[in-house]
Design a binder for this molecule. Structure first.
Ligand SMILES: [Zn+2]
Length: 204
């Protein structure tokens, strides 16, 4: 039914509102592609696909649930995972969870959506329950690097078995990397064999 409706009434571009397609080819061509792996202090390797700006930022920027934004982010994620050259054989995909208050307010977790696209592309298992955010943290947005690290410390709890597993953490944007690093620390503390990360975008 949804597909039939899309043929009769194709969705207008989320960005320009003029052309058709969730994000039209013209808008999509304006995205800055990084597709680069960064190593954080502490050794965590993070692969980030896009620069966090313009269209990417508009698709990610925290907003209440909207089906158009959801569809646009899904499209952007599918395009992103198709750019990944390597593969993640043997990895389990775990999205960075939001705090419960934030998820309730926003209506969905971007990281879940991206993780599912990635898992689908590489045919990997995805687990959205194993990693929990157990500490309510203030928004990382306005904090400097040191304050971010302090704020996020102890925020995650591992509630499932990750012993000897290879984990691919997924998030929408990597800024200082402190959230990813803290999640990786919790996973290693629970016996994970190796942790790497994938983010849709990177804010430089
Ligand atoms: Zn457009």
């Amino acid at each position: 039914m949804e597909n039939l409706l899309a043929i009769i009434f194709p969705p207008k571009c989320f960005i320009c509102n003029n052309s058709y397609g969730v994000i039209c080819p013209r808008c999509l061509s304006q995205v800055t592609i990084l597709n680069r792996a960064y190593t954080l202090v502490g050794g965590l390797k993070v692969l980030s696909i896009y620069e966090y700006e313009g269209i990417v930022r508009k698709c990610i920027k925290i907003s209440k649930y909207s089906s158009r934004q959801f569809a646009a982010l899904k499209k952007l994620s599918a395009e992103a995972v198709a750019l990944v050259a390597g593969n993640y054989t043997g990895f389990i995909v775990i999205p960075i969870p939001l705090s419960r208050a934030k998820e309730r307010w926003r209506g969905f977790n971007h990281a879940d959506l991206i993780a599912k696209e990635l898992a689908l592309h590489f045919q990997l298992p995805v687990n959205t329950r194993i990693l929990k955010r157990t500490k309510e943290t203030t928004s990382q947005y306005k904090l400097d690097k040191f304050a971010r690290k302090q704020n996020i410390k102890g925020a995650f709890t591992v509630v499932g078995d990750v012993k000897s597993k290879k984990v691919l953490l997924v998030d929408d944007v990597c800024t200082s990397g402190s959230t990813l690093a803290e999640a990786a620390r919790a996973l290693y503390a629970s016996g994970a064999a190796y942790v790497a990360a994938f983010t849709l975008s990177r804010k430089s």
